[in-house]
Design a protein around this ligand. Structure first.
Ligand SMILES: [Mg+2]
Length: 161
């Protein structure tokens, strides 16, 4: 079976952005790593667990702050082995392309020989991607809710057909 890649953002997806005028202290663990909202991680995990062909790659800026094992440890044991890599950080030229995160995904797929793979992005900033991609756009005041979970589920079902 062909692998399906899911490129995940973390901030504003698995934790929440403060509403304007609000300033809630983001919870951290003893190592200074932000905690994620368990319900959001749970909903994501439930969908992911249904699909054996899924590989998860971290596109979040967390990849510049934390190593892969640290990021992986934020997710339940049964999907940790699906979290396989992080996207490269764009450094090709001084001028940033319009869709940097998209270009980083393209770079990842090209260097791993997966140009033709079906892939999905999850992000709270839709402007990171052109509107031609399979994107689960998450509202960063709402987080990865049932709506996002069912969108992801639909896109994953499509990947099988
Ligand atoms: Mg984000």
């Amino acid at each position: 079976m062909q692998n399906t890649y899911i490129f995940i953002d973390i901030d504003g997806v698995f934790n929440l952005e403060d509403l304007p005028g609000q300033n809630t202290e983001m919870p951290y663990d003893e190592n200074g790593v932000p905690l994620l909202v368990p319900e959001f991680v749970q909903l994501f995990t439930e969908v992911i667990s249904k699909y054996d062909q899924v590989k998860i790659v971290i596109s979040s800026s967390w990849r510049e702050l934390f190593d892969l094992p640290t990021i992986r440890s934020r997710f339940p044991k049964n999907i940790q082995n699906k979290i396989i890599a992080v996207t490269p950080v764009w450094s090709a030229c001084a001028e940033l392309p319009k869709y940097v995160r998209y270009e980083e995904v393209m770079q990842y797929l090209a260097t791993t020989g997966n140009e033709d793979a079906y892939w999905i992005a999850i992000d709270d900033l839709p402007g990171h991607y052109p509107d031609t991609v399979n994107l689960v756009a998450v509202n960063h005041y709402v987080g990865f809710d049932h709506h996002a979970a069912s969108k992801l589920d639909i896109l994953l079902q499509k990947s099988l057909s």
